[in-house]
Design a protein around this ligand. Structure first.
Ligand code: NDP
Length: 246
C-alpha cells in the first residue's frame, strides 16, 4: 500500500470535487477527504447514493458537503460551465478535482465491440473528464496549490486482451494527464497526476471478476493513503506522475 499518513486536519479548508462519489472508491475518497477537513463536492449519477454519502458525512460532524447529481454520459459543456459557476460562487476556488467515475462497459474481443457502447464509454471515461477539467481549470488556478487527479487502471498502462474500450479509455486518460501536466508545468501551481487504485473490493471489480472472492481484496477505504497524499500540500511539486495506490 502507498505509504502516507495524513494528519487529522491535513485537508482543512480545502474544497475538493469527487466524481462517482456515491459508491465504491469515490465514496471512500469523499468521506476520507471530509474526515481530514475538506468540504467535498459530491458528483455522481444517482442522487440517492449522493444523499446517503452526504448524510454519512454530516452525521460524522465533518464539513457539510455539496451534492451535485450529474450524468457524465449526457452532460454538456453548458452543464460543466454551470457547475463551475456554482463552485465559483460558493467557494471562489477549487483545491482538488478527483476524476474517479468510470464505467466498465463490455468485456470481450475488440472486433465484436459494440460501437454504441464504445461511444458511451469514451464519453463517460474520457470526454466528460476533459470537459469538466477544462471548465474547472480556472478555479483550480485560483487555489494556492490546485491538484487534479485522474483515475487509471493497470489495463490503462499495459494493454490486455478483452478489456475493450475500458482499457483504451484508461490509456487515453493517462495521455490526457501527461499532456495537461506538461502544459501546466512551471506555468501554474496546478499539479496533475493519475492513480491506479489496484484491485479493490467494489461493484465494478465484482462485475469484472465475478468468480473472485471479494474478501481477499482491500476495501476502498484501505487504499486512501495515495488519494490523501495527492490532495494534500505534501504532494506539491509532484506533477505528471502515474502512481499506484497499492
Ligand atoms: P464503481 O462501479 O463501484 O463506482 C463507479 C462510480 O462512478 C459510481 O459512483 C457511479 O455512480 C459513477 N458513475 C458511473 N457512470 C457514471 C456516469 N455516467 N455519470 C456519473 N457518475 C457515474 O467503481 P469503482 O469504485 O471500482 O471504480 C472507481 C474508479 O477506479 C474507476 O475509474 C475505475 O475504473 C477505477 N479502478 C477500479 C478498480 C477496482 O478494482 N475497483 C481497479 C482499477 C481502476 P452510480 O453508482 O450512481 O452509477
Amino acid at each position: 500500500m502507498f505509504d502516507y499518513h495524513a494528519k487529522e486536519d491535513q485537508l482543512k479548508d480545502k474544497v475538493i470535487l469527487v466524481t462517482g462519489a456515491g459508491a465504491g472508491i469515490g465514496k471512500a475518497a469523499a468521506i476520507a477527504f471530509a474526515r481530514h477537513g475538506a468540504t467535498v463536492i459530491l458528483v455522481g449519477k444517482t442522487a440517492k447514493k449522493l444523499e446517503s454519502v452526504y448524510d454519512e458525512i454530516e452525521a460524522a460532524g465533518y464539513p457539510t458537503p455539496v451534492e451535485c447529481p450529474l450524468n457524465l454520459e449526457t452532460a454538456t459543456e453548458k452543464d460543466y460551465a454551470d457547475l463551475a459557476e456554482q463552485v465559483g460562487q460558493e467557494f471562489g476556488h477549487l483545491d482538488g478535482l478527483l476524476h474517479n467515475a468510470s464505467e466498465l462497459g463490455q468485456l470481450g474481443p475488440l472486433d465484436q465491440y459494440d460501437s454504441a457502447m464504445w461511444n458511451r464509454l469514451l464519453q463517460v471515461n474520457l470526454t466528460s473528464q476533459f470537459l469538466m477539467s477544462k471548465a474547472l481549470m480556472p478555479l483550480l488556478a485560483e487555489a494556492p496549490n490546485g491538484s487534479l487527479v485522474f483515475t487509471s487502471s493497470s489495463v490503462g498502462r499495459k494493454g490486455r486482451a478483452y478489456w475493450g474500450g475500458y482499457a483504451i479509455s484508461k490509456f487515453a486518460t493517462e495521455g490526457m494527464m501527461q499532456v495537461w501536466a506538461d502544459e501546466v508545468e512551471g506555468i501554474t501551481h496546478i499539479r496533475i497526476n493519475s492513480v491506479n487504485p489496484g484491485a479493490t473490493r467494489t461493484a465494478m471489480r465484482a462485475r469484472a471478476y465475478p468468480a473472485e472472492n471479494p474478501n481477499n481484496l482491500p476495501a476502498p477505504d484501505e487504499i486512501m493513503p495515495l488519494y490523501l497524499y495527492l490532495m494534500s500540500d505534501d504532494s506539491v511539486g509532484v506533477n505528471g506522475q502515474a502512481l499506484d495506490a497499492q
